[in-house]
Design a protein around this ligand. Sequence first.
Ligand SMILES: NC(=O)C1=CN([C@@H]2O[C@H](COP(=O)(O)OP(=O)(O)OC[C@H]3O[C@@H](n4cnc5c(N)ncnc54)[C@H](O)[C@@H]3O)[C@@H](O)[C@H]2O)C=CC1
Ligand SMILES: O=C(CO)COP(=O)(O)O
Length: 317
Amino acid sequence: MSILVVGAGAFGTSLAISLGRKGPVSLWARDPQHIAEMQATRRNTRRLPGANFPDPLTVTATLQDAQTVLLAVPAQKLSGVLTANRDLFAGKYLVACCKGIDRETGLGACDTIAASVSTAIPAVLTGPSFAADLAVGLPTALTLACADKGVGRTLQKQLSTPVLRLYRTTDTKGAELGGALKNVMAIACGVAIGAGLGHSARAALMTRGFAEMTRFAVQHGADSATLSGLSGFGDLALTCTSEGSRNYQFGVALGSGQSFDPNTTVEGASTALAMKKIALHQNLDMPITQTVARLVEKKADVQSAIEHLLSRPLKEE
Ligand SMILES: NC(=O)C1=CN([C@@H]2O[C@H](COP(=O)(O)OP(=O)(O)OC[C@H]3O[C@@H](n4cnc5c(N)ncnc54)[C@H](O)[C@@H]3O)[C@@H](O)[C@H]2O)C=CC1
Ligand SMILES: O=C(CO)COP(=O)(O)O
């Protein structure tokens, strides 16, 4: 069964390389010059230098007809890509590989897919995985979530490799919310480290952040066990403690008053704003997410954000 990867950023490219070591896979990019470069060099030097393309990987300018489509564009671009390709994607297995909530609609990836391509079967591939690790074949374990059990089994088998181990669940809500919210917590942890608050403060933020993620996800129909798995706790652990994470790096820059390249994909920034809106509408207490949103919007400075979090009423854990 054929595989198409949509989006030749760091993650899409790493997935295509990883799966291309097992069999045929097409990698679609939107920029003709980028495509020509990748076809000539058999590398993606713009986004993922250092990993060669295996022979079965084809770089393509036209979206190929494939039953399994991995959507590896940033979350804020997902809806546009789906709408533009509604007919081609009808009836396909659409696997969202992005980690975020749409700022306009407040929807996660599966609901965004359902809203744009109602006949497709949505799935989510998420969990702790740096593109650079995956591309060079380092062992990685991810969650594959699909509400349709049969399709979930098919995708698990098709997308697993000897070094990419997929665990299956039907809890798409838990998987996508874990991946989206951990990015917000990674920004918060970066801010703490950047502002010199120390590792104990980071551990506190990770723990209270995990409680916040789980509370929100369960209220929205997720299973708390999913949040404790690779897509929640696993990715939180990786992203909040690693300088390889762009969300964490963005937080460090905010916390230390340094500039940050605005072209870098930082999913947690948009997701914090989306979540802030949802929390307001649903009257939910999400102190860390709301604080990150205020920092992103420049409605608070780091010092007042820290003071705000520390002055909240004392409560039971
Ligand atoms: N980089 C990583 O290690 C990982 C990234 N992810 C997730 O993967 C998603 C993509 O991230 P990256 O690949 O790292 O970002 P990236 O910034 O490296 O690449 C994004 C790609 O999307 C393409 N793109 C943007 N808008 C588009 C549109 N409208 N149509 C077609 N293509 C478009 C860009 O040209 C670019 O190639 C994010 O949600 C991220 O959270 C997940 C796991 C690991
Ligand atoms: O999601 C990731 C690792 O699992 C990548 O994190 P960043 O987007 O913060 O780089």
